[in-house]
Design a protein. Structure first.
Lengths: 194, 232
């Protein structure tokens, strides 16, 4: 991962000395990233909004502890993943899943071919929404460790090195989690199409 | 096939991590060569690689969701609470620090004081919450009345959102598709959201409702290239 920008440390320092604009800048820069990460890890928008709010509060509270050993982006990913893991685990303990979610049956040969593309018509985009639900349901069924690794790689486009830094594990572990996660997803998608 | 070559093929065939990392270009040169060689000879692993590639490709095409417009308000309010209130732990630490300055014979007294302080913190916490609720309402009212960008809510306001693959820019209280000419957008045909035409657009792109929820309208180009403004 690239060396942390001086501006990252400067932002944290401005926050530490009480400049409210520093946190606002961080919020504007990372709101979309945090929300989408929470959405893919939690599986629904309402929950993702709650998680995002809590994550930004954690960032606000702990930003003055940011020392610039990683980039601010990596640090925020780490805060977000750890928070989602902790909250979702707690929820899973309270509300044990009764059964795996069933994906909606689609008529198409390959429902995933309908994923969103801005060049498509509104009707085509509606079909894409169904395809997205198939994929999200498959993601939801993954163990958290695999889901985190796959989402960081394939949705957030982080390198193995960056993911290792975010998750605090070795690169070999990242490689293994991504492979196992993708393999399970591939099996799940094959089932949904058969 | 030599013994060494067989061993490499066997390893690639059995270690699926290698295929996945191969897909990501995350293998060392010797591993990459071994995988390429094996793929040339093994239809099963080629099929497996195709399955992994398909998963990765579909995940990359997942649409980036626009955060709900109310999120910035919620964060601003919650942060405003935090800014006014030192954490419980900080206050406990302060109490304990004060206790340690007392002589040992006063420790019991110190404990009583600490317990009283904790009780007081809870009471003040309730007061803080009430105050925050009041101030939260003021924030919303202030924004609705068009107060300047110095409020926490205004500072956090996001001005760009990607919904169903289209980029929207917030202009005042309106979300406008980014590529549209401002004059053309101003002349857009207005559609209440319960109008059949508006409903068809919203059914096709349900996340536009998120933008509508926090604004006075969304201006976009429909499938026929007409510019319309959907209003809540």
């Amino acid at each position: 991962m690239a060396a942390p920008a001086v501006s990252d440390r400067a932002l944290a320092e401005r926050h530490r000395i009480g400049d409210p604009e520093a946190f606002a800048e961080i919020y504007r820069a990372y709101e979309e990233m945090v929300f989408n990460l929470a959405l893919r890890l939690a599986g629904d928008r309402e929950r993702a909004a709650d998680l995002s709010q809590e994550i930004f509060l954690r960032i606000y509270r702990h930003l003055d502890g940011f020392r610039g050993r990683s980039s601010l982006k990596t640090w925020i990913y780490r805060v977000a993943v750890n928070h989602c893991r902790s909250r979702l685990r707690r929820r899973a303990l309270v509300f044990e899943r009764l059964a795996p979610r069933r994906s909606p049956g689609l008529e198409d040969e390959d429902p995933l071919e309908n994923l969103a593309d801005p060049r498509r018509s509104p009707e085509e985009r509606a079909l894409a929404g169904d395809a997205e639900r198939v994929l999200q349901a498959a993601l939801d069924e993954l163990p958290a460790a695999f889901r985190e690794a796959v989402v960081l790689r394939d949705v957030e486009d982080l390198s193995y090195e960056e993911i290792a830094e975010v998750l605090g594990v070795r690169i070999g572990t990242v490689r293994s989690r991504i492979a196992r996660g993708r393999r399970r997803l591939a099996e799940r998608l094959r089932e949904s199409e058969s | 096939m030599s013994g060494a070559s067989y061993a490499i093929h066997r390893r690639v065939h059995e270690d699926w991590d290698l295929l996945s990392a191969f897909l990501d270009g995350e293998l060392a040169a010797d591993e990459r060569r071994a995988v390429e060689e094996h793929l040339g000879a093994c239809a099963g692993c080629r099929a497996e690689l195709d399955g992994l590639r398909r998963v990765a490709s579909h995940l990359r095409r997942l649409e980036r969701a626009a955060p709900p417009p109310v999120l910035a308000d919620r964060v601003a309010r919650r942060v405003a609470v935090d800014a006014r209130r030192p954490g419980l732990l900080t206050r406990l630490e302060a109490v304990l620090r004060r206790m340690r300055l007392e002589s040992p014979t006063l420790v019991t007294f110190g404990v009583v004081v600490a317990l009283a302080a904790i009780a007081a913190l809870f009471v003040s916490g309730v007061e803080d919450s009430d105050r925050v609720r009041r101030e939260g309402a003021e924030l919303v009212q202030g924004s609705a009345a068009g107060s300047g960008p110095s409020t926490p809510r205004e500072r956090l306001r996001v001005t760009t959102a990607v919904v169903h693959g289209r980029t929207f820019t917030r202009v005042g209280s309106i979300w406008r598709e980014a590529h549209l000419d401002p004059d053309a957008a101003a002349a857009a045909r207005r559609l209440p959201m319960d109008d059949p035409e508006a409903r068809a657009l919203l059914d096709a792109a349900p996340r536009l409702r998120d933008l509508l929820a926090g604004s006075e309208g969304v201006v976009l180009e429909d499938g026929a290239g007409r510019i319309v403004r959907i209003e809540p």
